[in-house]
Design a protein around this ligand. Structure first.
Ligand SMILES: NC(=O)c1ccc[n+]([C@@H]2O[C@H](COP(=O)([O-])OP(=O)(O)OC[C@H]3O[C@@H](n4cnc5c(N)ncnc54)[C@H](OP(=O)(O)O)[C@@H]3O)[C@@H](O)[C@H]2O)c1
Length: 323
């Protein structure tokens, strides 16, 4: 690869838009930037006008890095086209969930497990948005105190469901969520499994285990959609192997890359303040022996998607900026 890379973004939705913004903001060395979607058209992403091309195998000729931010599933962009991109020499970084739990595919949050990129076979998965911000905060606690159990409740923004989610909040679109979102809180994100957990909750359990390399870690999630535009919040309860004091917990979280701590107990981050920021923000930290509780917030479109994906690409090309 040369100084500048030919990069393709598949998907011109909310994550595609933020990928353009992050590549520009982080000054990623670009020779060419192609935007691909289901249909060709002119589109403005992150304030820039692009001629969007059709996502088809030939569109990946000459591409070094392909960020996938299309829809998931059998007819989704990654299932249909990731192999085509890889066979043409691209490294694929996929925002969707199709390959995250494939043992051959690294599932990477660079602050936590960047080493898992080694030996990748062309496809790298970005974690689920609610998982990413949680593992950034759990990793230092795992290192310092050991983890025995995690219980998390989420408060997730409508933009986590893409453009249709935003339209549900702003224009009353009715098909994005299982219940009306305005003035509501909906404890269902994704479909229900036989065990009663939703797909979002199962992703949080399985992806956390994979990223932290703790395959048996008990993780109990309740994922809730709330009428907030952008920024997922989480209330996290952690049981640890070893006793922890508040000072030690503050030190561990304060030293962790990608984590910003509120100054004192009365300070706390909220989605409104954190939207547009790249990090994971923590407050309301409470410690009682082997129990740690806290509140964490991150921009689901940035650290939960685009920023993490660009950080993976930076790690691949040796420009690592994790803060
Ligand atoms: N939103 C979040 O907070 C978030 C966080 C983490 C991960 N993700 C994941 O990121 C992906 C994109 O999410 P989003 O929020 O940006 O969704 P979105 O706003 O609904 O946009 C989806 C985009 O994907 C394109 N697309 C869909 N199927 C395609 C295909 N088969 N080939 C090419 N392009 C295709 C669409 O193209 P057209 O415009 O031509 O229809 C559209 O531009 C999803 O997999 C999502 O699960 C999202």
């Amino acid at each position: 690869m040369s100084d500048g890379y030919t990069v393709a973004i598949v998907g011109a939705g909310l994550v595609g838009d933020r990928l353009v913004a992050e590549l520009r903001r982080r000054d990623f060395p670009l020779e060419e930037l192609r935007i691909l979607a289901r249909s060709a058209r002119s589109a403005v992403l992150a304030g820039e006008k692009f001629e969007v091309g059709v996502a088809e195998p030939e569109a990946f000729e000459g591409v070094d890095i392909a960020f996938f931010a299309g829809t998931e599933g059998e007819k989704g962009a990654a299932v249909q086209l990731a192999d085509e991109a890889i066979s043409r020499g691209a490294v694929v970084i996929d925002n969707g969930s199709d390959f995250r739990l494939d043992p051959k595919v690294p599932l990477v949050v660079p602050e936590v497990n960047v080493a898992s990129l080694e030996g990748h076979e062309g496809l790298i998965a970005n974690a689920n948005c609610s998982t990413t911000q949680m593992v950034v905060t759990l990793a230092p606690l795992a290192r310092e105190f050991g983890l025995k159990k995690v219980v998390v409740s989420t408060y997730q923004a409508v933009s986590g469901a893409g453009r249709s989610g935003v339209e549900a909040l702003e224009n009353g679109r009715e098909d994005a969520f299982p219940r009306p979102i305005v003035g509501n809180a909906i404890p269902q994100i994704g479909g229900f499994g036989d065990d009663g957990y939703t797909t979002e909750e199962t992703k949080m359990r399985e992806e956390t285990r994979k990223i932290l390399s703790l395959p048996d870690l008990p993780v109990f999630a309740t994922a809730v959609r709330i009428p907030v535009h952008t920024g997922h919040a989480e209330s996290v309860y952690v049981e640890t192997e070893h006793e922890a004091g508040l000072t030690e917990v503050l030190e561990a979280l304060g030293a962790a890359p990608g984590v910003w701590l509120a100054d004192d107990a009365s300070e706390f981050p909220t989605p409104l303040e954190v939207a547009g920021e790249e990090g994971t923000y923590v407050g309301r930290i409470r410690v009682d022996g082997r129990v740690i509780q806290y509140w964490c917030v991150a921009d689901n479109l940035l650290k939960g998607a685009a920023t993490n994906a660009v950080q993976i690409a930076e790690s691949l090309i040796g420009v690592r900026t994790l803060a």
